[in-house]
Design a protein around this ligand. Structure first.
Ligand code: SDX
Length: 435
């Protein structure tokens, strides 16, 4: 069995009136099995309807496995807890994209490639000048990525393995530079160039927080915490932004365009933008005197649009395993940086109150990856509007791996869902005088 050819065996019988249709069952390695409905419309004239795709598999995939009921997350079969403990972000990126943990030689080659592509084309300095200082870094990142494709017309062929590999390395190498430079532009400081003697996460910290007028030493504990966050965000199967990357990629648009679309999807506060929203919520609660119960009651009130950012998940109906690891890392980073932990205290009280409240328990709403991650970014010194840029840098290898699996799959066709039309039946055009 491969991602392209999962086991198919017994079938389910679908009876519609006097018609009967056998729907083959598709079995995965573990987790959800599926009904293959690829012949449903041609055989019955019917389609399925599943707003939000909560019951619909878009693809078979061999990259990431989630078990939402038991809080399990594995990249290419390796438990997230082991990778968080023992791996590095670039090693995890290699694993996700190329399918296996690299040998020492493979990893050194990949790190060297990435290290030597961190510069963005010098002309792009003017790209940043075209944005206002208060431009949201996600808007700059999404447009910077698709804009970058203009400099590499020779490597846009998505079916040329060499072109794809250099594009992958360029994207992974340059996203931190784009992100850091959008921050420097926003605060009016000089752009800081990447250094080839620094590791991936240390380089991001250097480009974000160094200034030309004095030495900047990266704190290795902070670089390790950032690398851990990037590992934990690296992939998450068919989430909204990954599904966006797959859909755009299925039109055979180039990889820069597909990734840019993924960045835009991630920006939403229901998705990757939640880490910024969590800090906004915690700050509002602190400013409001720290009455956690009042805000939990607001989140429960069906007439109040307020929702507890960082809580709930479409798939995890148990603890998000990433949140558990991030919470422990947040305690370490707050201790290392001596950052104000009033927000961390409110976050822990909020979690305690919510997890003992039937509204959250009955709906299986637990803290997700975004609930504590913002506290770490904030303690490191990232401004709130840069948090989702950090999420995008972490998620990039996952987007690339999912795009590559889709492009290489014999089963892939252009994504084009159908609909159930509920608009007006045919009617005649009326001249404006008669309206
Ligand atoms: C990410 O898909 C992924 O894997 C995403 C992600 C990844 O790594 O790619 O894990 C990253 O996006 C994490 C999620 C970050 N978003 C948030 O923290 C925003 C707050 N959460 C919610 O908006 C919500 O939980 C979602 C969007 C995450 C999931 O929404 P669903 O699955 O569509 O669930 P739902 O909105 O139908 O909620 C079910 C019930 C509803 O109440 P009832 O209609 O049953 O009365 O739970 C309630 C919701 O009102 N609810 C919440 C809530 N989340 C859901 N109530 C209060 N606060 C919340 N946070």
């Amino acid at each position: 069995m491969t991602a392209d050819s999962p086991a198919r065996s017994d079938a389910a019988d679908l009876r519609i009136g006097d018609r009967q249709l056998e729907l083959p069952l598709v079995h995965g390695t573990e987790g959800d099995d599926a009904l293959d409905i690829s012949k449903l419309r041609s055989e019955t004239g019917l389609i399925t309807l599943d707003p939000g795709y909560g019951n619909t598999g878009a693809a078979t995939s061999a990259i990431t496995f989630l078990d939402g009921e038991n809080g399990v997350l594995r990249y290419r079969g390796y438990p997230i807890e082991q990778l968080a403990e023992r791996s590095t972000f670039l090693e995890v990126a290699y694993l996700l994209i190329w399918g296996e943990l690299p040998t020492r030689e493979q990893l050194d080659g990949f790190v060297t490639e990435v290290t030597h592509h961190t510069l963005i084309r010098e002309e792009m300095r003017h790209f940043f000048d075209s944005f206002p200082a208060d431009a949201h870094p996600m808007a700059v990142l999404a447009s910077g990525v698709v804009g970058m494709s203009n400099f590499y017309p020779d490597s846009q062929n998505i079916f040329d393995p060499d072109a794809v590999e250099i594009t992958i390395n360029r994207l992974i190498a340059k996203l931190p530079t784009l992100a850091a430079w959008s921050f420097k532009k926003a605060i009016g400081q000089p752009y800081v160039y990447p250094r080839n003697d620094l590791g991936y996460s240390a380089n991001l910290l250097h480009m974000m927080f160094a200034v030309p007028s004095e030495r900047y030493e990266v704190d290795s504990r902070i670089a390790e915490a950032l690398d851990l966050l990037l590992i934990l965000h690296a992939d998450h199967e068919q989430n909204a932004s990954t599904s966006t990357v797959r859909l755009v990629g299925s039109t055979h648009a180039n990889l820069y365009a597909s990734i840019s679309a993924g960045i835009s999807a991630l920006w939403g506060p229901l998705h990757g933008g939640a880490n910024e929203a969590v800090i906004n919520t915690l700050e509002r609660i602190v400013a409001d005197g720290g009455d956690v119960q009042r805000w939990v009651d607001k989140a429960k009130d069906p007439n109040d649009t307020f929702r507890l950012a960082g809580f709930g998940h479409r798939v995890y109906k148990n603890f998000d395993p990433r949140a558990t690891i991030i919470k422990a890392a947040a305690e370490r980073v707050l201790a290392a940086t001596g950052a104000d932990d009033a927000l961390f205290d409110v976050a822990q009280r909020l979690e305690e109150v919510a997890l003992n409240d039937d509204y959250f328990v009955s709906r299986k709403l637990y803290p997700n990856v975004d609930f504590y991650s913002g506290l770490i970014y904030r303690a490191i010194g990232f401004p709130k509007n840069m948090f989702t840029n950090c999420f995008a840098i972490g998620r990039l290898p996952g987007w690339i791996a999912q795009w590559k699996e889709m492009i290489e799959s014999k089963e892939t066709k252009i994504g084009r869902p159908r609909q159930v039309y509920i608009g007006p039946a045919t009617r005649e055009y009326t001249p404006i005088e008669q309206r």
